[in-house]
Structure formats: structure tokens, C-alpha cells
Design a protein around this ligand. Sequence first.
Ligand code: AMP
Length: 219
Amino acid sequence: MAKRTNLILTGVLGSGKGTQAAVLLEKMKVPHLSTGDMLRAEVAKGSELGLQIKEVLQTGGLVSDDMVIEMVSARLDEPDCANGFILDGFPRTLEQAKRLDEVMKKKGLKIDLVVNMEVPEDVVMARILGRFSCAKCGAGYNDRFRKPKVEGVCDKCGSTEFTRRIDDNEESVKTRLKNYHEQTAPILPYYEAQGLLYNIDGTRPLDETRDEILQHLGL
Ligand code: AMP
């Protein structure tokens, strides 16, 4: 049986969690669980709940701990999580981290590793304000660092439609950075105390970071 791996990717916004998750899961064969993606999917549905979430996302605030815990707990029960998962953007508060421990315990699971992607803030700003993605397949690009090979055409699927996140503007980024320092960074000592924290330089080439994480996981 394949080794089960329950991984958390954390780090400031723009540290490359989503991009790293995409390359890791090719090797790990586990799903990428991004609470940001789950919330954006709810917004796209245009439901009453989606409209409320949209307001929070636009201003760079955080949705309630109760809502995300419930969402993640339900998602962990789906069959594709049988060999583990990569959590991205969750937990984002100490309360979420503690409640995740309770949820995992009830399911007879535990976190194997918490990878903290470290990136300086000036790099974060340039990454976030320049990022866009293919509207069809979701492939990620950046105006400065990662343009499509042919301008206006997605490298992966050939689509010519691209999209930018509604919250990737300067005002929202400032709020999200403040939230990160005040609300999310406190999860680091929490995991460090459990011997689960692994800090990694998030400015290195994607493959190097991936290989270091895989090696640390014994994969
Ligand atoms: P992300 O895609 O991880 O940058 O998340 C986008 C936005 O979704 C965040 O700025 C928050 O508004 C919301 N969000 C995502 N994950 C969480 C979470 N674990 N707790 C609260 N809000 C979240």
C-alpha cells in the first residue's frame, strides 16, 4: 500500500504554496486541498453564501473558522484523500490549527509535516501583483517572472482567456499581509513545539524545493 502522507503547506501569501502543491502532487498522488480555491468555487456558484464570501475575499479578510473547518473536515472524508492530502491556505489561525488536530484525531489521522515556505515581502508583492492564470485550466503565470511562451496563449491548454484574482490588488494585499502576521504566523511555534515544522527557502527553483520536501517526507 502507498505511504499515506498528510502535508500542510504554509507561508505568507505569494510564497508559492499553490504552485509548489501542483508539482508535489504529481509525485505524491494526493489531492491539493486549497481552502482559497474551495471558497472561490462557492463564489463562482453565485449562491447566497458565495455572495457573502465574495465580500470577505475582496477586502482581504478571513472567513469564519467554523466555515472553513467544516469545509475541510468534509473534504477529508472524500475517497481521493485515502493516501493523504496537501493542505494549502489552511490552517490560517491558531484556532483552526487546534480544531484541525481535533478533527484529525476523530478520524484517526495525524499531520506528518508542516512545510513553511519562506519568502521576503518585496518578492511577495511583485509575485502577487503580477500573477494571473489561465481561465480554462488554471495554469499560473506572472507578468514579470513567468509569461506564457506565446503571448496571450496558455502553454498548457492553448486557451486565450486569462483571469486575475479579485483580491490581488495593493489594498487587499496589505490587509492579507497584516492578517498573515497577526493571525497565521502564530501557527508556526504551535507546530514547531510538536516537532512538525520544516522551514524552506521559497525563492529557489520550484523543482529544488519540491525535491527537498519529498526527501524530508522520505518519498
Ligand atoms: P488563498 O487562495 O489561500 O490566498 O485564499 C484567498 C482568500 O480566501 C483569503 O484571503 C481569505 O479571505 C480566504 N481564506 C482562504 N483560506 C482561509 C482560511 N483557512 N481561513 C479563513 N479564510 C480563508
